[in-house]
Design a protein around this ligand. Sequence first.
Ligand SMILES: *Cc1c(COP(=O)(O)O)cnc(C)c1O
Length: 348
Amino acid sequence: MPENANIDWDSLTFSMTKTDFMYVAECQLGQPWQVGNMQPYGKLEIDPAAGVLNYGQGIFEGMKAHRSVEGNVVLFRPDENARRFQRGAARLGMPPVPESMFIDAVEQVVAANSHFIPPSGRGALYIRPVLWGTGPIMGVAPSPSYTFCVFVTPVGPYFKGGLSCIDLVISDEYHRAAPGGSGGVKAIGNYAPGMMPSKNAKKRGFAEVIYLDAINHELIEEVGAANFFCVKNKKIHTPELTGTILPGITRDSIIQLAKHKGYEVVEEKVHATFAMEADEAFCCGTAAVISPIGSITQGDKEKVYLNREIGPLTRELYDSLTAIQSQKEEDVFSWLHKVPLEIPLNLV
Ligand SMILES: *Cc1c(COP(=O)(O)O)cnc(C)c1O
């Protein structure tokens, strides 16, 4: 196995760089999962009648492996990703991947591609588990067979020059999810409909769109594919999970961390009008951890937060969470999962 991937770590962005190995497992509907194996990274063959290609029967996850300051390779709360992956599979009529199999697959792919993990503080190995209905099916029904695949790509730090504020616009035309739909799971079909609104927002100079609830069009739900928070009088507010919001692991970690620090956190409805009167606002997810929000525009109204400076609480939470993730600060919640790099690989 190559010692070093010959990568210029400082030129990495959040994009796809091929690595050496991927994990692939298969399952017939109604049967247990068969143990998967590691394969050279490359193209998969797929039936044109696959459920995932015709009806979007698929889910994904997004995780990161970091090299900590102590030299360990660590995952952040991978059991939470495993459980969310199981809930998503169930929602889309797919056989859930057992939690231990999910973690084992992620560990094997990270270990096999360990030469692609950036040095501490210079990025991460982004991990993408996917589950697809790959068996052929013509009627709208669950595929007869499934593929669970895990691949990785090295990514640079999300904010190259350090944290910076983003400008957002509230979408007054489009919604991301409706009650009873699939907004609460990482179903692949949830994402393509957001691409056009997001692209239009970018053309107007905004980083992303904010989606409101599909019923009253008043409550903040999410920022593209990130969860929303705002701070008013030192109290932290985030939209409650109603089924239309993706339960982010970063979101949950920020809630726990803020409470541990003694802040009051309320999970309830967050009106757009309230958010536009808040002191600070930010959004969060695995990719960027925390993105401070500099402004929100709705129609002809614009709210600028703190003159586009990063809010003190936003900064504090970002610093604490990233310090825990890189083992600079004590892992008081036992969130880190050390990856054994010498694990046996099931290579074919
Ligand atoms: C993945 C995702 C998030 C963030 O979840 P994390 O577990 O924090 O990465 C938020 N919203 C949507 C729609 C997502 O797909």
